[in-house]
Ligand binder design. Structure first.
Ligand code: UFG
Length: 338
């Protein structure tokens, strides 16, 4: 298939792009580089030995999107584009709602106008809000999100569900990601956050690289085995493969399916730190800090639906994730700027 990746220069998108190319698909990228850079796609081309057409455009620009659909025969779209920083979304809610919703609406309108009705969407476990119980299943009722970023994902899920109800020819897969970490084993592509990282693994790798001094562990008094927050960390290459399976699924079915992409295993902050230290032989100085507002004690997936519907399950271990995250950071201490 010819697959358009919106936000295709980002962390999850570049890993997905490589897996799509390896599976024999063609990829086309559109990105406005608001939180990414052209070098990332260049490295995907280098690793795959294939060329990937790239359009520098905003997905909410209808004329630019029409041009992409006119110049390429697109069979399916994976919609990664979107703003994604939880804290920033609390400070700039209108920017988040405007950007994430506008891009999705324009994308769907453009797709419909060009007769393309297969879509895989980057949703998030954040839509589960504060869970009553774990593991999280797709059919659990979502009581509400804890931040505007999460609400944009929630609203986009609803919008895409309505699109499928109105037109039974559409096929949409809503992928609810848990916590993607790690990098391609080559160390050529990986996560390159702007500024000080918000998320745990890039923070740890920057401490290991000497860019940051120590890790603040946000709370050690949660109701979890060691008191620190528990999450379902998934290797980004496994996540990328999940998208390939979702595209195959969307080609054979219609309607809207919600699918968790996680491992089903929860690890605490201290599990991550200790595994990172052991695998890479680097000490990560830690200080216990207050809980971060909006954080939940434990969040991990029931991944059985992904296995049943997509034939997909995660294969990488936590050791792989810690090793590959450090391999990428150590080879690219300043990210793509090196
Ligand atoms: N943590 C620290 N110190 C840090 C950063 C994080 O102790 O410097 C802890 C957090 O408190 C949490 C765990 O590490 O217990 C994971 O935190 P992340 O920020 O890496 O990830 P979150 O689970 O908070 O958020 C992620 C994505 C969001 C998404 C959410 C869905 O970043 O986009 O999962 O559940 F919404």
């Amino acid at each position: 298939m010819n697959i358009l990746l919106t936000g295709g220069a980002g962390y999850i998108a570049t890993h997905t792009c490589l897996e799509l190319l390896a599976a024999g698909h063609e990829a086309i990228v559109v990105d406005n580089y608001v939180n990414s850079c052209p070098e990332a796609v260049r490295r995907v081309e280098e690793l795959s030995g294939r060329s990937v057409p790239v359009y520098e455009a905003d997905v909410s620009d209808r004329a630019a999107m029409d041009r992409i659909f006119e110049e390429n025969r697109i069979d399916a779209v994976i919609h990664f584009a979107g703003l994604k920083a939880v804290g920033e979304s609390v400070r700039q809610p209108l920017r988040y709602y405007r950007n994430n919703l506008d891009t999705t609406l324009t994308l769907c309108e453009t797709m419909a106008a060009h007769g393309v009705k297969r879509l895989v969407f980057s949703s998030s476990a954040t839509v589960y809000g504060v869970p009553d119980e774990v593991p999280l299943r797709e059919d659990m009722f979502c009581k509400g999100c804890t931040n505007p970023y999460g609400w944009t994902k929630y609203m986009i899920e609803k919008i895409l569900g309505s699109v499928c109800e109105a037109d039974p020819e559409w096929s949409v897969v809503l992928l609810r990601y848990f916590n993607p970490i790690g990098a391609h084993e080559s160390g050529r592509i990986g996560e390159d956050p702007a500024g000080i990282p918000n998320n745990l693994m890039p923070f740890i790798t920057q401490v290991a690289a000497g860019r940051l001094d120590h890790l603040n562990v946000f709370g050690n008094d949660y109701d979890t085995p060691d008191g620190t927050g528990v999450r379902d960390y998934i290797h980004v290459v496994d996540l990328g493969r999940g998208h390939v399976c979702a595209c195959d699924y969307a080609a054979k079915h219609t309607g809207c399916e919600i699918i968790n992409l996680g491992t089903g295993v929860g690890y605490s902050v201290l599990d991550i730190v200790r595994t990172f230290e052991r695998v890479n032989g680097i000490r990560i100085p830690c200080e216990i800090a207050p809980r971060r507002p909006g954080d939940v004690a434990a969040c991990y997936a029931d991944p059985s639906k992904a296995k049943r519907l997509l034939g997909w399950e995660a294969t990488h271990t936590l050791e792989d994730m810690c090793r590959d995250a450090w391999h990428w950071q150590s080879m690219n201490p300043m990210g793509y700027r090196t």
